[in-house]
Design a protein around this ligand. Sequence first.
Ligand code: ZN
Length: 359
Amino acid sequence: MGMKLFFGATLGALLLSGCYKEQPHLADRTIIDLTYPFDSTTIYWPTEKGFRFEKGFEGITPNGFFYSANTFSAPEHGGTHLDAPIHFAEGKNTADEIPIERFVGIGVVVDVSEKCAADRDYQVLIEDFVEWERQHGELPNNCIVLLRTGFGKYWPDRVQYMGTAERGPEAVAKQRFPGLHAETAKWLVSSRPIKAIGIDTPSIDYGKSVYFESHVALFTANIPAFENVANLDQLPEAGFSVIALPMKIKGGSGGPLRIIAKPDFRPQLPLPAVALNYLGVYQSGTDAWQALPIAPGRPSAADNPSAELISLHGGVFDGRLTLRQIGCLRAELNDQLLALLQDNLLELAEQTEDCHACA
Ligand SMILES: [Zn+2]
């Protein structure tokens, strides 16, 4: 057995990290606000009046304390907002009925900004997802998909962002912005279990849409959408979580949304600082990385919620980089870990001399 290097036990991750080039990811504890502020410039559908803010009392009260309170009113759909399934699917979830679990999950960014820069009527294709999966592995189960068209940079310029600054029913047909292709929406519904989907344009269907087929396909499957999502340019394509909490309007078809992203990685670790409830052996040297099953039950951290990466033994054996006995608590992060391994460990194998140095 031609073993070139071996590192074991819990320090494996640290040793690995020393061998990595710096990966683009969010800084530790950085929370990205994916929400636009609501004010008179906030973009609403051309037929809507927009956000209304009525200044109330502000100042020192007769009793000597400062006090401020205002009144607002707004259509459900505008600014950064939720589309509840009932918006386009009769009998499906209203805003208050959507299970709260749908609003929290692993986030992924599918970046189509180059294509949208070349074609503002672009519709996100299945092949865009296939390309994401080629780079990162299959879409994590129950993830929240964010489509990055790049149109966020135009906010709040209505002409640039939505194709027209006109208002009223006639303006609707003049809208021009990218969206999700209906065939892609149907593909997601049938073959990729996602919690929700968001986009940095006014609508999940593109601006020229007449039948809103992506809305219909998603909402019929009770998958909500987030629209006018901000700051997607600040996110990596993987490696973060999303929390998206809309106003809980009883019977609502949507509503204002506060959506944030937070990183899953510590800056010094290229591997997720979590514990996987997964055991397996990964080997390079084949076309695809594969999890080779080993006996379950070791190491287990099921009773240790504070455990992070528990065990990592790796080395280059007979020209194949092998990593085994990864124990983690959070099964939903397995896919992310696999994607990281796929992306990075082959590179690590080429740096074995450096690894000797950092060991
Ligand atoms: Zn909407």
